[in-house]
Design a protein around this ligand. Structure first.
Ligand SMILES: [Fe+2]
Ligand SMILES: [Fe+2]
Length: 440
């Protein structure tokens, strides 16, 4: 096996040299035993690299493996890459081979994990575990030949709709898999959140948008939000709003869960996403409530609001899920605006004020744990993480409005997740310094 592996490496090196030296591929039989399945193509220099004495020591299996490798690499009609350069192909092959522990020329889920761990600056550990799981499930536990993986990577660089999911992974993982830890934001993600708005188009969109605007105006006026911002006002507002914000996700999950049971059909990865959204909103609440103990009157108003909003949202969701997701999308646009205002106020607060203290005050322990804010994570860091969460809720709820019956949620679609991970991986390899790659 080791001998075979060494030969495969040597053959690739020889071919690479041949290709980079512009040595023409000739119709020539170098060794019938080895090249019989290679459409009689051979490269002159491979004869120098593989003396006859060494060929004769190869087992039938070795020869077969070498044939398969050479078949792809020698016959130009088999090299179907349009975006991957020959150089990059070699670099990627070398890295794949370095993680191909059982040396079978294929990458399995465990080996993929090792591959992605070499790129920890772009993949979080939780992402690596998720991608490896989706890879395993999507390929029904089978390992993927390195050549196919290279083709899939090439396809992700092409932006060609027809070549999407070129590994042909299945989507069943969307029904049960979800990553509870994906709210561990990176610095650049936290700082790149912008306030976006989806223009309402249909009558239903306009009703949803105006309902949100009306509720916001009433709530802002009643709580005096438009005046000076204080820590007390912030906590009162966010605690109340988060008790409401965790309702839609759970309602959507319950309704969709029962629908899936009734119809005996897949859901397409939305139940888990909305369960996760509900948990995320509940974590906002549980974190903020450690910073302020709400009064009895406040708690009573939360119970009333939950009954009113919860009942209304449930019936609205049974009638029109699309209207409800658009409505939540607009609520979340407002949430991003609110947290942006809070972050701005903390950053601009004069030294010595209560708000300024949040620049250095440690975040509650539950928040440090959930968002992985680090030992010295501050309340300001916490607010930035919560804003990133709200931006994600905004985007997913608007996106869901565009889904059709039977679609798989694009955020939970294993084929999209794997394609995007492969694309991220290869782009990282392409931007690395050549020196670093040569050492990889
Ligand atoms: Fe929230
Ligand atoms: Fe939210």
């Amino acid at each position: 096996m080791l001998l075979s592996h060494n030969f495969k490496r040597a053959s690739r090196k020889a071919l690479y040299l041949a290709k980079s030296s512009n040595i023409s591929i000739q119709r020539q039989v170098a060794n019938p035993a080895v090249f019989s399945n290679v459409s009689n193509y051979a490269v002159t220099r491979t004869q120098e690299t593989f003396p006859t004495t060494i060929y004769s020591s190869l087992s039938v299996r070795n020869i077969s493996m070498l044939n398969n490798t050479l078949k792809t690499e020698l016959d130009p009609t088999n090299r179907n890459f349009s975006a991957l350069s020959a150089d990059m192909e070699q670099i990627l092959r070398a890295e794949f081979e370095s993680v191909d522990v059982n040396k079978d020329g294929k990458i399995d889920a465990q080996e993929l994990k090792q591959l992605l761990r070499k790129h920890k600056h772009i993949f979080r550990e939780s992402e690596i575990l998720e991608i490896a799981e989706l890879f395993y499930v999507g390929n029904s536990g089978k390992a993927v030949p390195i050549d196919r993986l290279l083709e899939a990577i090439d396809a992700t660089l092409n932006n060609d709709e027809k070549k999407k999911n070129s590994l042909g992974v299945g989507t069943c993982a969307a029904e049960y898999y979800y990553d509870l830890n994906h709210h561990q934001w990176k610095e650049d993600e936290l700082n790149s959140i912008t306030q976006t708005h989806i223009q309402p188009k249909t009558l239903s969109d306009k009703i949803a948008y105006n309902a949100v605007k009306a509720v916001r105006f009433g709530f802002d006026t009643a709580t005096g939000w438009n005046g000076e911002i204080t820590t007390s006002k912030v906590l009162q507002r966010v605690i109340f709003l988060e008790t409401i914000a965790a309702v839609p996700g759970m309602t959507a999950s319950i309704v969709r869960h029962f629908k899936s049971l009734r119809r005996m059909e897949r859901d397409g990865g939305l139940i888990n996403m909305f369960l996760e959204e509900a948990t995320n909103e509940r974590m906002h609440l549980l974190t903020f409530v450690t910073m302020r103990d709400p009064s009895l009157a406040f708690r009573a108003s939360v119970i009333g609001a939950q009954f009113g909003f919860g009942t209304g949202f449930l019936f609205a969701y049974l009638i029109s899920p699309k209207f409800c997701h658009r409505f939540v999308g607009y609520i979340e646009e407002e949430a991003v605006s609110t947290y942006t205002k809070i972050i701005q106020a903390i950053e601009d607060a004069p030294e010595g004020s209560d708000l300024a203290q949040w620049r250095t005050e440690k975040a509650p322990k539950i928040g440090i744990s959930y968002w992985h804010l680090g030992e010295n994570g501050t309340v300001l860091d916490l607010m930035k993480a919560v804003r990133a969460d709200e931006a994600e809720h905004r985007d997913v709820n608007h996106e869901v409005c565009e889904m059709k019956e039977g679609d798989v949620n694009p955020r939970y679609d294993p084929s999209i997740r794997i394609d995007s991970a492969l694309n991220k991986y290869v782009r990282d390899m392409m931007t690395r310094a050549p020196k670093e790659n040569s050492m990889a």
